[in-house]
Write a protein that binds this ligand. Structure first.
Ligand SMILES: NC(=O)c1ccc[n+]([C@@H]2O[C@H](COP(=O)([O-])OP(=O)(O)OC[C@H]3O[C@@H](n4cnc5c(N)ncnc54)[C@H](O)[C@@H]3O)[C@@H](O)[C@H]2O)c1
Ligand SMILES: [Zn+2]
Length: 361
């Protein structure tokens, strides 16, 4: 299945199907990618997929080389970027060299940022290998790295030439990573598509078994929703903020636990359930639908509660979030009903504290 992301001259196609990794050469040829490509990955992902990819890239006439960087979010920094620039110079990469990001969100963000800046911008292609990267980070063109003091603080908007998604690669991914990615999938249902939400309620078991037709469906539906939002607001001026549903509290939970306890999706699962409870308390979301979300999250194996964290500290962390509107107000995306959210900027801190207290185990 193909999804077109329409961004004028920066438009590109997302290709989604089981087995696509064995067909990347043909897809890149169809997408008009030049012959000189450099695959960037890490040893963990490379162990499973570099050979398959590089062999058939060569068979289809590409000159393909590989660079590996160490695995881990702690390497998503400027030192790795500098290392990659040097490697590319050493390899005589040029303006028509295309970088291929083979990996999860960490690899995608790093490679995207190198592509955005090396020689003032070269083409790149995303081959996302985690569910989170397949439904979220590989689509939309946000690239960047962390500073020691703040996550994703340095970056750029840079769109790929193509995104190639093969759900089969998820078979080597840990169950915890799959579940974490599912939180973003459930988010798309909540923010924009009630019938997709119902599909998830009915098919969660097939999804957990990674059945191909269910995976293609949820990845394609998620990418479609993300693409629509990005098309309407490429540079995150307003509408794109709806993608942050669950993230205001989720980011606070992640930072308060120094990114050690929860995977991103786990933190936003707690964040989505808290935001929905806040909306129900305000009378803007039907209280009877709160259990639909919490049940689906739990069926997906995601947490909706936390322990050992203080609601007051979480509130404090929320007002330090870089996406805040002003120093006083915390911007919240709250649901009106399943499939529809809105931005609320004048939320009383007390209601946030009350709901967080309720969420604490
Ligand atoms: N650019 C964006 O719009 C955007 C959006 C969301 C998140 N992000 C970023 O994405 C990053 C998180 O990405 P992630 O959750 O994919 O984590 P990740 O890239 O660290 O991958 C998780 C782990 O799974 C391994 N892995 C990846 N694919 C595998 C496979 N198929 N089989 C076996 N192991 C595999 C990785 O090596 C890693 O150890 C964060 O840095 C976050 O800031 C970016
Ligand atoms: Zn997220």
């Amino acid at each position: 299945m193909n999804i077109k992301v329409n961004l004028d001259e920066r438009s590109y196609t997302i290709y989604i199907d089981a087995g696509l990794l064995k067909n990347v050469g043909n897809i890149l040829t169809e997408a008009g990618i030049g012959q000189n490509v450099v695959v960037i990955t890490n040893p963990k992902i490379g162990y499973f997929y570099t050979d398959i990819l590089v062999t058939q890239l060569k068979e289809t006439g590409f000159e393909a080389r590989v660079i590996e960087i160490p695995d881990g979010e702690e390497y998503k920094n400027l030192k790795t970027i500098a290392y990659l620039y040097d490697k590319l110079v050493e390899m005589h990469a040029h303006r028509k060299t295309t970088l291929i990001a083979l990996g999860g969100g960490v690899i995608g963000d790093i490679v995207g940022f190198v592509a955005a800046t090396f020689m003032r911008g070269i083409p790149f292609v995303q081959i996302p290998t985690t569910l989170l990267a397949q439904v979220d980070s590989s689509v939309g063109g946000k690239t960047g790295v962390n500073l020691t003091t703040a996550k994703n603080m340095v970056g750029s908007f840079w769109q790929p030439q193509a995104v190639i998604i093969d759900p089969d690669v998820l078979k080597t991914l840990s169950l915890r990573e799959i579940k974490s990615g599912l939180a973003e999938v459930i988010k798309y249902g909540m923010i924009k598509d009630a019938s997709f939400f119902e599909y998830l309620e009915k098919n969660i078991q097939q999804i957990e078994r990674l059945e191909t037709s269910a995976m293609v469906h949820i990845i394609a539906s998620s990418c479609k929703i993300k693409a629509e939002v990005v098309e309407a607001d490429e540079l995150e001026m307003d509408l794109r903020a709806i993608l942050n549903f669950g993230h205001t509290i989720g980011h606070a939970i992640e930072s308060q636990t120094s990114y050690q306890i929860f995977r991103h999706g786990e933190a936003i699962s707690i964040g989505m359930s808290a935001a929905t409870k806040i909306a129900a308390r305000l009378g803007m979301f039907p209280a009877k639908d709160v259990p639909r979300l919490t049940t689906l999250l739990q069926m997906a194996g995601l947490p909706i509660r936390f322990k050992d964290l203080s609601p007051n500290d979480l509130l404090q962390a929320m007002s330090l979030d870089k996406k805040r509107v002003s120093s006083q107000q915390i911007r919240f995306i709250l649901p009106k009903k399943i499939g529809c959210v809105m931005m609320v900027e004048d939320l009383s801190p007390q209601i946030i504290i009350d709901v967080l207290k309720e969420q604490k185990e």
